[in-house]
Structure formats: C-alpha cells, structure tokens
Design a protein around this ligand. Structure first.
Ligand code: ADP
Ligand code: MG
Length: 623
C-alpha cells in the first residue's frame, strides 16, 4: 500500500496554529502589545477599527527589526527570545513561542514597517494569508508598526463566529487594560474608530490604575507591600466598603504578566473575612514578583493560568499581607452597609394608600366574664376569637396586669404575628375597613404569603412571586416599548468607570424602554432624569451595579436574551425580599398579580413560586 502521510504545507499548518493563538480580535491585540513591550518600547499606540474586525494596528518605538529579521519574524517558531530549552526557565519576555506573527499572517492581511535605531531605512512587508505580497525598503521611524486588516478573511466560519462590535471591543479593552496595568512606565494610547478612548501617560502604578478606572478609584486604594524570600508583593486592595457585587476589578500580575488564579483570589478574599458582606467581592490590583524558575509559564498561549512551585506559602503570605494592610490603614469593619430593607414600602404598592393595622383593646373586657356568666359564647369556627363584643361584666381589678402594653410596639408585633399562625382570628385586631381583607392572606415568617383557595390553601414565596410579577412587567415594557417613567425633580448623577460606561451604552436603549431616561453619558458620569415606576431613587445605583456585574461576561447577541437578562436583573434587584414585612393590602395585591401572570408557577430563575395543599392532604395529616 502506498504511503499516505504527507507534511502539511506551511500555510495550512499556520492556519491550524492560528486557531490556537487567535480566537478573536482581542487575541491579536494581546500578541502585538506584548511584542511591542518585549521590544523595549516606551510608547505604544493601539488603533482599532470596528472592534478589530477591520483593523488592529500597534505602533511602537521599540528596537525594531533588521531586514532579515523582519522577514523571519513571520516564520513559524521564529523567535529572538529563547535560544535553548533552558531559557524557558528564566523567561523575562512575554513571548517565546515564535508563533504569533506566523499565525496572524495566516488569517489576515498584515502590513509591517520596522526600523532599528541605527539603520538609515526600514523594511516594509505585506503578507496576505501567509503569502508575502511585497517587501520593500521604506522610510519609517525607529520601532515597528504592524497592522492587521480583515481578520479571518479566509476563514468565513470564524469571522461569522465573532460577536457584536461592543462585545469584541470589550475583550480588546480587557487585554489593553491588563497590559497597560502591568507596565505603568510605558505610555499607552488607544483609539477606536478615530476616537481616543485612553491616553495613559507614563506614570506610577497608582496613577495608572486611577487613569484606567477613573478618579474615584484613588480614595479606595489601600497599598499592600511585602517583601519575602519567596515573593515580593506590591499593589493595592480596595477598602472593604467599596466591595462590589460584581467580580470586576480583580487583577493579579506575576512578573508583570496578568494571570488568573482562583486559589490566590481566595487568599485575598479570606483576608477580607468579616469586613465585607457575603456575596460581595473586594477589588484588588496585586503584583507578585517571584523567581522565574519557580513558575511554569509554558502554558497554552491564550490561557492566563500559571503554575507555582509553592502555592501554599504564597497563599499564606498573600493573605497575611493583605490583612496587615487593611489593619495598618485602619480600615475598620463596617457592619451595616445597607439601609434597613424592612423600612421600605413594597415597590409595587407605593401608590396605594396604606391602612395601618391598629389594635383595639377593650379596657373593660374581662376574660373571666363568661365563666362568671356561666354562659360560654365561644365561636364555633373561631375558638380563639378576641372579639370585643362579648358580654362584659365590669371588673377592673385584672387591668393592672396589662398596664403599658397597649403602647408597647413589641406587644403589638408579637400579638399580630401570633395571630398569623392561627386561623381567622385577625378580625377584631383591625378596623372595619381592614375587615374585608382579613382571613384571605397572611404573611408567615416574613417569607411566605398564605392564602386559601377552593380546594385548600396556597403558600406563596413572596420574593419569588414578586420577581415573577416584576419580570413579566419589565419584559413587557421592554418589548412593547411603552414603559412609564417617573421624572426626577433633580437629575441623579452617578459615576462609573470608562468600561462600565461602554457597557451601559450598550444597554441604554433597553434601559430606556423600562422607564429610565438618561440626559448625559459622559466620560465617567451618567446623568439620569427618569426612572421606572416601580423603583426608588435610592435603588438606582444598586440596580445599575448589579446590571453591570450580570452583563460583565458579555451582552447576549439576540434581542430577546438581552431583554430577558435585563428583566431578570431588574426583578432580582428590586423584588420584595424574604424578611420584608408586607401589609395586608400588599399581600393581597401580590397574590392577585402573581396569578395574573402568564407563568405564575415558576420564578424567572426557574424556582417554584408557590405550593398548594388540598384539604384532603391536610385531612390526611390528622389521621
Ligand atoms: P515571540 O513573541 O513568541 O517571539 P512572535 O511571532 O510574536 O513570537 O514574534 C516573532 C519575533 O519577531 C519576535 O521574537 C521578535 O524578535 C520579532 N518581533 C515581533 N514583533 C516585534 C516588535 N514589535 N518589535 C521588534 N521585534 C518584534
Ligand atoms: Mg510574540
């Protein structure tokens, strides 16, 4: 049988390699920025068009390449950064595989101009799909300019797979930030579609972080500095009161390389133990310096994980130095971050008039009167009735026992919650107007609403039910686009980081359909003049923060899933919570709106909203 194995032609092999290196425009950005850094540049400019789909260009003022090197740089495994396998253990450069340029040139139109400092003229090379189109001598400043056009032009499937411009741009911003944060001493600029998005002057670490994440970051930062034999730690954590629900700003750099490490993340989070609420995350920007031979960087080109020789020690050092910083900078625990939820009016019922339940105590009521009367008047259905319309014999001697109780709130509270447990007894506790509500709903443990139906009873989870009601409302508003907005007397101004603003801009239209009205979207500031009917002004900040954290991993492409996610975030954030007291009107309104929903049985997060119990089922329990 004939031999069947063939060597793949280079351009095919390169295309396959490209699949590993280049997943999206942001991967190209990362590789080109890293090359510019390895070339010892002091100023790097990134120019992007259409989120990198049309153009990604990096211009640096680094060492440049000779004519031969310029040509060689596009060959696979061509690198100036390692010479032998041993070098792998002492890596001080970002790149070392010599794969990036070859891979990028295999799937795009690439143009490179480069010149070394002492050379008179430079070299310009054009490559399309691994094929060299031209190589010329050119006049160009010291350094390298590399532009990548029409990414994936020869792999339509990959091109179609790219996400919307906003999503791709966000990935690019992420890469840009990581590189810029690792090298504050280098000047970076970023232009997208001819707009300057960032211009980061050469600076120190703190200034770099503030330039990227906005001025308000400055006051939040607590320095962390620790020098040990195993590791030097330098950087900042954010004060606990600024911990966010989103996992946003958490950065580890090891030897100036951005890495992700759930293990080290845990070390930092555990240093914050007791200082931040459960479910909130501290922000941090931590730079670890270790001996290059103690880490294994020989990882997948697009991965950001890293292997340390002695992770346990690193964990302990990191945890204690963060703890120490928090203590040293006198960051005292803040226990009460939140307003008291129970003081809020349930959102849905704000317009409704609220009747305050009152207790009528008949000062003349004598519990022993009936016995004295020898004529028990117990209601058959209502054995524990507190009805005040009983026969009364004047005898005030027992009254002294109850002195002071009438005005005692605790007493009222216990009294009414006691009532909830037993059936049909609330009658005499409320005034006449309330009477028509009595007996139809009660709130159990500030968590469930219990009500009767023909066949028995229903127990409704108040939080999930309210989520369902709000979810359907929001979804409807977003889809039919006619939400009612409450105009704010004074516009609300909120600050966000530049990348949060990018995200909010994407969501702006959908948010407007829910009732938000924005008057201004500036660099780091959003001005809001109107908000949806069912939220309060004080909730807007929390809501937008939640929204940003939910959408951090990307806004879904399709309109429906975007609206769905938005409605979910809104309902999750503002729905009545477990633990909130609902008055009778609110309870009843919630029950009615739940059963008016299209899908009353499950919450938007696929959890049951209520359970029923038939009389037969209850009967069985009594056998
Ligand atoms: P690697 O970075 O792994 O070495 P690349 O394919 O990214 O591989 O680059 C190949 C080689 O081209 C590098 O080793 C370097 O010598 C040269 N090179 C790439 N970009 C630049 C640049 N901006 N300035 C100077 N030299 C560069
Ligand atoms: Mg490289």
């Amino acid at each position: 049988m004939a031999d069947i194995i063939q060597l793949l032609p280079d351009h095919v092999a390169n295309q396959i390699a490209a699949g590993e290196v280049v997943q999206r425009p942001a991967s190209v950005v990362k590789e080109l920025l890293e090359n510019a850094i390895d070339a010892k540049s002091t100023s790097i400019t990134l120019i992007v068009k259409d989120a990198g789909k049309t153009l990604i260009q990096v211009i640096d003022d680094g060492v440049g390449m000779s004519q031969t090197d310029a040509r060689l740089s596009f060959e696979r495994h061509a690198t100036s950064k390692i010479k032998s396998a041993e070098d792998l253990f002492q890596l001080n450069t970002k790149g070392f595989r010599g794969e990036a340029l070859a891979s990028i040139a295999a799937i795009a139109h690439v143009e490179m101009s480069t010149k070394q400092e002492l050379d008179e003229v430079g070299t310009q090379i054009k490559i399309e799909g691994s094929k060299i189109v031209s190589q010329e001598v050119t006049v160009t400043p010291k350094g390298t300019s590399l532009s990548v056009k029409n990414l994936f032009f020869n792999i339509p499937a990959r091109r179609n797979f790219l996400k919307s411009d906003q999503v791709e741009l966000r990935h690019i911003l992420d890469e840009f930030h990581r590189v810029a944060m690792a090298h504050p001493q280098i000047h970076f600029a970023l232009y997208h579609n001819n707009n300057e998005l960032f211009n980061l002057p050469e600076s120190n670490l703190r200034q770099r972080i503030v330039h990227i994440f906005g001025n308000k970051t400055n006051e939040k930062l607590v320095p962390v500095i620790e020098e040990t034999e195993v590791v030097n730690i330098n950087g900042f954590v954010c004060k606990p009161e600024f911990a966010k629900k989103s996992r946003g700003e958490q950065f580890f750099f090891v030897n100036n390389r951005f890495i992700k490490s759930p293990y080290l993340h845990h070390a930092v989070v555990s240093a914050f133990e007791g200082l931040i609420k459960d479910g909130n995350f501290p922000s941090y920007f931590l730079y670890l310096e270790v001996n290059p031979s103690s880490i294994d960087i020989n990882i997948h080109p697009t991965k950001t994980e890293i292997k340390f020789d002695d992770e346990h020690t690193l964990y302990a050092i990191l945890r204690s130095s963060v703890k120490h910083s928090l203590g040293q900078f006198n960051v005292a625990p803040i226990l009460d971050f939140d307003r008291d939820d129970t003081l809020d009016t349930p959102y849905n019922y704000q317009q409704k008039q609220i009747d305050t339940p009152t207790i009528e105590v008949d000062a003349n009521f004598n519990p022993f009167a009936e016995e004295m009367d020898d004529q028990p008047k117990m209601n058959k259905n209502n054995a524990t009735s507190f009805s005040s319309s009983r026969p009364i014999k004047k005898d005030n001697s027992w009254e002294s026992l109850y002195i002071g109780l009438e005005s005692d709130k605790d007493f009222q509270h216990n009294f009414s919650s006691l009532e909830v447990e037993s059936s049909e007894v609330t009658g005499s506790l409320f005034d006449d107007e309330e009477k028509e509500h009595t007996g139809t709903t009660y709130q159990l443990h500030r968590k469930y609403i219990v009500t009767t139906i023909k066949s028995g009873m229903v127990i409704i989870d108040q939080q999930r039910a309210h989520q369902r009601v709000l979810y359907e409302q929001f979804l409807k508003n977003i889809t039919i686009k006619e939400a009612v907005s409450q105009q704010l007397l004074f516009p609300l101004t909120l600050n966000f980081s530049p990348q949060d603003i990018v995200l909010l801009k994407e969501l702006r239209e959908s948010l407007e359909h829910t009732g938000f009205a924005f008057t201004n979207f500036e660099n780091e500031m959003v001005e809001i003049s109107g908000i949806p009917m069912n939220i309060t002004e004080s909730e807007v900040g929390i809501l937008l923060d939640q929204l940003l954290s939910d959408f951090q991993d990307g806004i879904p492409e399709s309109g429906f899933s975007q609206s769905d996610m938005l409605a979910k975030t809104l309902c999750k954030t503002i729905a009545t919570k477990t633990g909130e007291v609902l008055n009778l009107v609110a309870q009843e309104a919630l029950v009615n709106s739940l059963f008016a929903c299209t899908e009353p049985t499950i919450s938007p997060f696929n959890k049951p909203t209520y359970v029923t119990m038939t009389v037969e089922e209850i009967d069985k329990k009594f056998i």
